[in-house]
Design a protein around this ligand. Structure first.
Ligand SMILES: [Zn+2]
Ligand SMILES: [Zn+2]
Length: 152
């Protein structure tokens, strides 16, 4: 038994490679009219393989760019610089104040780049501030003027 197109009823032509293959070579797809994918399993596997390969490559490049930025950013700072910055951010009552939100830091804190490295900031002490972990996360890579916190 054949269909109008001359393809046996339990076979189907792959829209990708054009081969006529048994229906078992096509994955199920609830959205399509015949309930099967238009591409054969081989073509689908190939498409998936390419997709992952491309994305793995992108991810590698992103990581590489991030590392390169950190290494190539000008300047360095020391633990003593951080202590100085902490003192500058300590209020009269001896509380360490978050650079971004202006609230006291009681729990864990992080150092942050005032101008993100990816936006031309440096590792020099004047670009390093002490902030809440949450404030660092919510600020991300925004510039001080773009961040909706206390701007100093
Ligand atoms: Zn195919
Ligand atoms: Zn904060």
């Amino acid at each position: 038994m054949t269909t109008i197109s001359g393809i046996p009823h339990d076979f189907k032509k792959c829209s990708k490679c054009g081969e006529i293959k048994p229906l078992s070579e096509f994955a199920r797809c609830a959205k399509s009219r015949d309930g099967l994918k238009s591409e054969c399993k081989t073509c689908q596997a190939e498409r998936r393989r390419r997709y992952y390969a491309e994305h793995a490559e992108e991810e590698r490049e992103r990581k590489h760019a991030r590392r390169a930025r950190e290494i190539s950013a000008p300047g360095t700072h020391t633990a003593a610089d951080l202590r100085l910055q902490a003192r500058a951010q300590t209020d009269k009552r001896g509380r360490l104040i978050c650079w971004w939100c202006g609230q006291p830091i009681e729990g864990p804190y992080q150092k942050d780049h005032r101008i993100p490295l990816g936006r031309g900031g440096s590792n020099w002490p004047e670009n390093i501030v002490i902030v809440h972990v949450e404030c660092n996360l919510s600020k991300g890579t925004k510039l001080p003027g773009e961040f909706n916190g206390r701007l100093l």
